[in-house]
Structures are given as structure tokens and as C-alpha cells.
Design a protein around this ligand. Sequence first.
Ligand code: SF4
Length: 371
Amino acid sequence: MLQALHLFGFLPNMLEWSGNPCHQGCDYCYAKMWKRENEPIEKFINFVLKQENKKEGLLPFLVRKRSPITISNRTDIMCAPDWRERLEAVKKLGFPVYLETKLNKDYKDLAQILDTDKDTVYQTITGCNNQYEDKNLLTAEEKIQAAKWLNKQGIHHILAVNPFMPDKCNTDDVKKMIDEIKPHGVVMRDYHKPSSGLAKKYYQAEYPKDVCKQARDDIRDYCRVKKIDHDIDLFGQDTPFYADNNLRASDNARSFGGNHFVKQEFAIYVQKIIDAQGLDWVEISFDGALKFFQRQIDFFKDCIIKPGDYNIHTGSSYKKQEGNIGIIEFFREHWNGNWFKDCFDKTKKLDHSNSVIYFRGKCGFDKFAKE
Ligand code: SF4
């Protein structure tokens, strides 16, 4: 589905833009029924200029702050005939970009367009062969060669094994790609169907969860040994969080000066307290989170969030919000919703300000904890 620039992320810190249809033609693609016509780049530019002048709203605020733009998890700009013009226009407006792509044969031109210090190429490679992807613009071997080339140029490159499909790619294949490509970061996500029942015929069956989990754990360990930044699904679920080589934290630092709200950074901080004090578990309060995120709160302090600003992913705050609110109220809405459910257990207790109290055991989620 083509989309104008919009908010992106669970507590939105980023922007996302999908301006052209993807022609890579992957068999497993969950987005193929969303393909539409190209949107002219002028439409994007005009939209940005219009947003910049609005005094209120989360999206105008992030546009003014030049929050990174993800292009895009639903389309691939490298499929657009005028992809260079599109990318150059976004860069000329001053946005860092997070380019999600399977690349095309002219990928070397990226070296002239992207900044090595803030931009990222998030290249999806799902294995050492093109099973399920034989219509892609590059062969599997070409993708691996392209990845190696981009890394050699100093372009910040993420190898995204996304989705991980165990009938196509085993963990030895992933390790082989990591060793050959030497990426700055590794991302691994399971294949999953959408939660809605729409258009089920477009989706293939999911893979056994235990096989995927074992593979994720294995690659997480491998990245850790190799000291490569990584973001692999369900980090810290049945193990302690660890601080080293956290890709979300390092992306936050390099692309947006550390001003984003990154849940994993807070989760790691909590884990450090547990470990340093030898605790079996802790309760986590909203006040503690506010203190931890003081820098981010300061950064967003002039942001006026309007009802309807944020209606993606959870929608909970969107439905409840009455009138304009500031960043602390906005953060509280998400805290009391499900924002931390992938880091901590939610208790039924409330604190003095009616904010939810979370719980974390030293070995992981209470429901997964080994002790
Ligand atoms: S590259 Fe991504 S968006 Fe394009 S067809 Fe493949 S999975 Fe779909």
C-alpha cells in the first residue's frame, strides 16, 4: 500500500514513506495486494513543506526535527525507475534515511547519494539462494556481492534475514552470510501472517515456532561472539537482557542523536540494576521510566500531540485521547497500554499517579523465567 509520510514505530519516533510499488516479486510477500501507482516525488516534497509549517502535531514535530525516514517496509524504492531522484529529494530535504531494500543492479550509485554517518541500507537477504525470490532484481549471489561492496564503502549496512524461512535458509547459511558480508548489523525476524483474516490466500503457512526460536537464539549468540550489532526478535524473552551490540540503541545514537524512545535501552538499564544488586526480580514504575527517558522528554517537550495523531499499531492512545496532550501524558498512555509488553510483565498494580507497575524477573519474563 502506498502511503504518504506517516508515523512509524510503536511509540512513534520515526517516519515512514512508501512512494512506489515494489516489483521484486517475492513469493511470500505479504504486501503484494497493496501495490498501487507511483506517487510523484513532488507530492512528497509538498507534503513535507506543508507539515513543517504546522505548529501542532507529532508528525509535523518529527518532520521539523528531521527524524529518520524509513523507506520502506512495504515497498522498495530501488524498484522505481526514478529512484535516484526520489532518494536525492529526501536527502536534499535533510532527512537521514533507513533504506529497506533488496537493491537493484545500479546499487553502486548509492555511494554518491547516502551519508555514511547517518543513513542506513537495510538490505533484505533471506539466504544464499533465491528460492521464493527468483523474480528479484538481483540473484542471491549478486545480493551478497552488493552487500560486501556497500560495507567496503563504509555505508552503514544491515543484513536483514527478514523473514527467516527455515525451509530456505538454515543457521549455517546465516552465519556464512555474516562472515562473508561483514555487515554493521544483523536483523532477524520470523515469517508471520498478519493478525487480520483478510486475504489469507496471499500468505503461506508459518514455520514451527520452536525451530525459529532455536535459530534466532543461535544467531543472537553468534552475533554476540562476533561483536556485531544485532536486533533479533524476542530478545530478552527467556534470558536476561544484555547491553552489548544492541542495534536499536546504536541506531538511535547514530541516526537521531539518542533522542528516540528505545524500549530496549530502558530494559537493559533495568537488567543492570537487577544484576548489580543481585535481585531476583524488580517492580518497575512509571516514575523510574520518566527519569530514565529525561533526555527524550526534554527533546519532545515542545511537541503538542493532537487527538488522532497516532493511530497505528495499538490505536489505544488514539481512541482515548481527548484534547491536545504533551509528551509525558502521551508516554503515560503508552506505558499504561501495552508499550512494554515485549520487555516486562505487566502487573495489575497501579502507582500513586494511576500508572501501571511492571515486573521483571532476573532471567526473563515471569511466564518464561527459568527460576
Ligand atoms: S521486496 Fe519486500 S515488498 Fe517487494 S515483493 Fe519482496 S517482500 Fe514484497
